[in-house]
Design a protein around this ligand. Structure first.
Ligand code: PLP
Length: 390
């Protein structure tokens, strides 16, 4: 059994993938070839945004979005400590200060009520209102934006977060690296903030065969900046540089792979709903040692991961051992909240600052999840989890 099975998908479309890659080999435009524009148009239409700007990774997508808002050392950005490292790394790489806010215990996503408390704590220079990094209290530093993360594929609470962003004059970046294909009240992920950033890392819901990413926005002036920062701060002429940027383009071959995979992607999102639904009906029972993820009304998860919590009093290592002994792969996302990472030690956070993230880091784990997971395998996983030897 595989944790994420990419080979079943490849078998379905292998011939078409090869033909798309052959087309790139024939035209030879490896950088910014025609597939790039085609992919950007197709995915912008899918997400319901005006502009899509492809790039080299999800991390670059976040970096380009922050650069387009001119983020630097005098800025603070609010985000969650319960995410992949790259979310906060992009903030710190530009010299800005990540201000962490704990998660909602049901959705694992950033808690809007606590966002308001963190904004107030920075404005008042008072860490008793909410724990904030010492550097955010030194004065002269202001909260400029929010990066919300759609963890495991489930969109964050955009109705509330968007209102907070508007009321406080902040931009909202949606880290949709795990949620491409998800929805929040009928709107697709990628379109839920001012800029949506996604990743096409192979294991993400829509993955290529290497690294890739994309920014989505309906703000034309931000889109122009994203395109400029993506290629060395280029101006209107190729050899004119108007700002300091990066080399952050997507390879044409990756765009070709994505165009083909996108053909079956909407169907795969439906298949993921079925797989997740089966897990939930198998694992919701009283004899289950885990708490299943909760999807609020009005939301559709892209189910990048199916992550469960060991019930109170249940030892996670014991559950992981049972699964391992039965040959069932698992993963722990995330064993260490970002405020405990050595790279962020200078922020000065302490144990107890984000109790939900800290507790969940000890209880959470993820089960095999992909569109091609068979009902029989899921029944076996549930049975092994419940302690019935199989
Ligand atoms: C994967 C991921 C990223 C980074 O994407 P890459 O393409 O690997 O650079 C950023 N944020 C989150 C939440 C992710 O899961």
């Amino acid at each position: 059994m595989q944790f994420i099975d990419l080979s079943s998908q490849q078998k379905r479309i292998r011939d078409k993938l090869e033909s798309r890659i052959r087309t790139v080999l024939d035209h030879g435009q490896y950088i910014m070839g025609p597939e790039i524009g085609k992919l950007e148009s197709a995915l912008a239409a899918y997400t319901g945004t005006k502009c899509a700007v492809s790039c080299a990774s999800g991390t670059d997508a976040l970096l380009l979005a922050l650069m387009s808002y001119g983020i630097g050392p005098r800025d603070a950005i609010i985000t969650t400590p319960f995410t992949f490292f790259a979310t906060a790394e992009a903030i710190a790489l530009l010299g800005a200060v990540p201000v962490f806010v704990d998660i909602d215990p049901v959705t694992f996503n950033i808690d809007p009520v606590l966002i308001e408390m963190a904004i107030e704590a920075v404005a008042a220079g008072n860490p008793r209102v909410y724990p904030v990094p010492a550097r955010a209290l030194e004065g002269g530093l202001s909260v400029r934006g929010i990066i919300s993360v759609d963890l495991f594929g489930l969109p964050a609470d955009y109705n509330a977060i968007d209102t907070i962003a508007r009321e406080n004059g902040l931009f909202l970046i949606e880290d949709a690296a795990q949620s491409f294909g998800g929805e929040c009240f009928g709107r697709k992920t990628g379109s839920l903030g001012d800029v949506g950033c996604t990743s096409f890392f192979p294991a993400k819901p829509l993955g290529c065969y290497g690294d890739g990413g994309m920014c989505f926005t309906s703000d034309n002036s931000i889109a122009d900046k994203l395109r400029s920062f993506r290629v060395h701060g280029q101006g209107s002429d190729k050899y004119e540089n108007v700002r300091i940027g990066i080399n952050g383009r997507m390879d044409t071959i990756q765009a070709a792979v994505l165009l083909e995979k996108f053909e079956i992607f909407p169907e795969e999102i439906l298949m993921r709903q079925e797989v997740a639904g089966r897990y939930t009906s198998l694992l919701r029972s009283d004899d289950s040692p885990v708490v299943c993820p909760g999807i609020p009304d009005g939301y559709l998860s892209a189910w990048a991961q199916y992550s469960v919590l060991a019930k109170e009093g249940v030892e996670r290592p014991e559950l992981l051992r049972r699964l391992k002994d039965a040959g069932i792969p698992t993963a722990v996302y995330y064993p260490k909240p970002l405020h405990f990472q050595e790279a962020f030690a200078d922020l000065g956070y302490m144990e107890g600052d984000f109790p939900v993230s800290e507790q969940y880091a000890k209880r959470i784990f993820s089960l095999p999840m992909h569109p091609y997971l068979q009902a029989g395998d899921q029944e076996r996983i549930a049975s092994v989890l419940k302690g019935n030897s199989q």
